[in-house]
Design a protein around this ligand. Structure first.
Ligand SMILES: Nc1c(NC[C@H](O)[C@H](O)[C@H](O)CO)[nH]c(=O)[nH]c1=O
Ligand SMILES: CC(=O)[C@@H](O)COP(=O)(O)O
Length: 173
């Protein structure tokens, strides 16, 4: 459903687990900093609103959206996490460069999620114009960072419950 029809900041708050025990990685791209920092603020505010502790939110910055999967994997290797939220904004230019970035990052994060079991959240805007990005980074269509945080909490809670093998049974954490 288009963001114009479903505000990105609107969600059922009765269907959100408590995040107090959850640990998050948050990776933020520097490109389009005005947008990505607004997304990050929305994400952080939502995580803490639902109980996440700031000590359990590990934040790193990368040059661009294309670098999100690699950095997400790095932080997931260094820290014991329940979800990794990736934040970026790729604005269409004159060439197809945006498509290569967006498709690669989306596939890369899905591959990481499936291969490791740990949830990697695609908090990336892929607008045609800067205004479309503004509208989705706290503007008239809400904040994609809020949506990414809600997804991270829900998926992180599932991972904590179901994603880790019981000790002594097979591989994995
Ligand atoms: N044009 C945008 C980029 N481009 C940079 C790439 O993400 C990457 O850093 C570069 O290709 C080197 O690997 N990145 C964004 O996040 N947003 C853009 O609009
Ligand atoms: C999506 C991008 O990397 C963008 O800056 C590239 O712009 P262009 O396609 O005009 O080179």
């Amino acid at each position: 459903m288009a963001s114009a029809l479903k505000n990105l900041s609107t969600y059922d708050e009765t269907n959100i687990p408590d995040a107090t025990e959850l640990k998050f990685g948050v990776v933020v791209a520097d490109w389009n900093k005005d947008i990505t920092h607004a997304l990050y603020e929305g994400c952080l505010e939502t995580l803490t609103k639902h109980g996440a502790l700031t000590d359990n939110i590990h934040v790193i910055q990368v040059p661009g959206t294309f670098e999100l999967p690699a950095a997400a994997r790095m932080i997931a290797t260094r820290e014991t996490l329940d979800a990794v939220i990736c934040i970026g904004c790729v604005i269409k230019g004159e060439t197809q460069h945006d498509e290569y970035i967006n498709n690669s990052v989306a596939q890369g994060l899905v591959n990481l999620s499936i291969a490791t079991g740990l949830p990697y959240i695609f908090g990336v805007l892929t607008p045609n114009t800067h205004q479309q990005a503004v509208d989705r980074a706290g503007g008239e269509h809400g904040n994609k960072g809020v949506e990414a945080a809600v997804t991270g909490i829900r998926m992180g809670s599932l991972y904590k419950e179901y994603g880790k093998r019981k000790k002594g049974i097979g591989f994995g954490r």
